[in-house]
Design a protein around this ligand. Structure first.
Ligand SMILES: Nc1ncnc2c1ncn2[C@@H]1O[C@H](COP(=O)(O)OP(=O)(O)O)[C@@H](O)[C@H]1O
Ligand SMILES: [Mg+2]
Length: 266
């Protein structure tokens, strides 16, 4: 099981969109995926679940319980996509930001340890902040993906995130930045072109080659509770997230299960 935090303290950069569509992309490839919605705004949760479908959430598991009672699994729901599960958020999860006990920082990590072999990948959709919740996510993760929206001021704050990652490494030394990914790229605007050039200069090899282009289908899909692969399979958004999924697997040196099967048949 590999755990990947999707983080950037800026809002609107594509964290949730990436969690949904990378999650769906990996599940479609046959991997077992758990998405964790750590943002109290619940965008990821609402993309897949209606309020009536939800009983317990991460608020019950991470705040109310102090290690006894409800297991972490009580907050996990199956989605309509095979192999794709979701740990649901709740507006009360914002309270986690105020936890003051050292032990609280490791609650998510401990909970994930208890799941160990049920999933191939855990994707954590982080809130737009650099507080205790994001620290919990980074402590529980093997890798970080940082989405950057291709616009002016795209890199504001990436240095603060890097510093947070550095300090988390004192307790989680192998935490690795898997890559930065440029999203909402619009080739017609100078702002996008400039942002991409700057990202190449700043992040070099750490920049994913896949550019996620600006695509209106990516905005509309959550309203239909669908991933881009269902909502608009022939769209740029679908093409870009499929490529990101492949590049993600390549960076982790994991061969796609589907491709493996095809090779065997030859
Ligand atoms: N590639 C894209 N093209 C167009 N709109 C996008 C793209 N990625 C995200 N968006 C939209 O931008 C907004 C913010 O994206 P979101 O994934 O919620 O960001 P974050 O989770 O970082 O706040 C949403 O309305 C989303 O639909
Ligand atoms: Mg979000």
């Amino acid at each position: 099981m590999k755990t990947i935090a999707i983080a950037n303290q800026k809002g609107g950069v594509g964290k949730t969109t990436t969690a949904v569509n990378l999650g769906a992309g990996l599940a479609i490839e046959g991997f077992r995926v758990l998405m964790i919605d750590l943002d109290s705004q619940c965008n990821l949760t609402r993309t897949f679940l209606t309020p009536e479908m939800i009983q317990n959430t991460l608020a019950n598991v991470l705040i109310d319980n102090k290690g006894d009672g409800l297991p972490f699994g009580a907050a996990i729901y199956e989605t309509h996509i095979e192999n794709l599960d979701l740990a649901a958020s709740h507006i009360r999860l914002a309270k986690l930001e105020k936890s003051s006990q050292f032990d609280d920082l490791f609650r998510l990590k401990d909970s994930l340890n208890s799941l160990s072999d049920e999933y191939d990948f855990v994707l954590i959709d982080c809130p737009p902040s650099l507080g205790i919740v994001v620290t919990q996510a980074l402590l529980a993760s093997d890798h970080v993906i940082v989405p950057l929206a291709a616009e002016y001021y795209a890199f504001e704050g990436t240095q603060d995130l890097e510093e947070t990652i550095k300090s988390v490494r004192r307790s989680n030394p192998s935490l690795n930045v898997l890559g930065y990914v440029v999203t909402r790229f619009d080739a017609r605007t100078t702002a996008s072109a400039e942002a991409y050039k700057q990202a190449q200069a700043m992040f070099g090899d750490k920049l994913f080659e896949t550019l996620v282009r600006s695509n209106t289908h990516l905005i509309a899909a959550p309203a239909y509770r669908q991933s881009i692969f269902e909502y608009a399979q022939a769209s740029r958004g679908s093409e870009d997230y499929l490529n990101l999924t492949k590049e993600f697997l390549a960076r982790l040196e994991i061969t796609s299960k589907v491709r493996l099967l095809k090779e065997k048949r030859k």
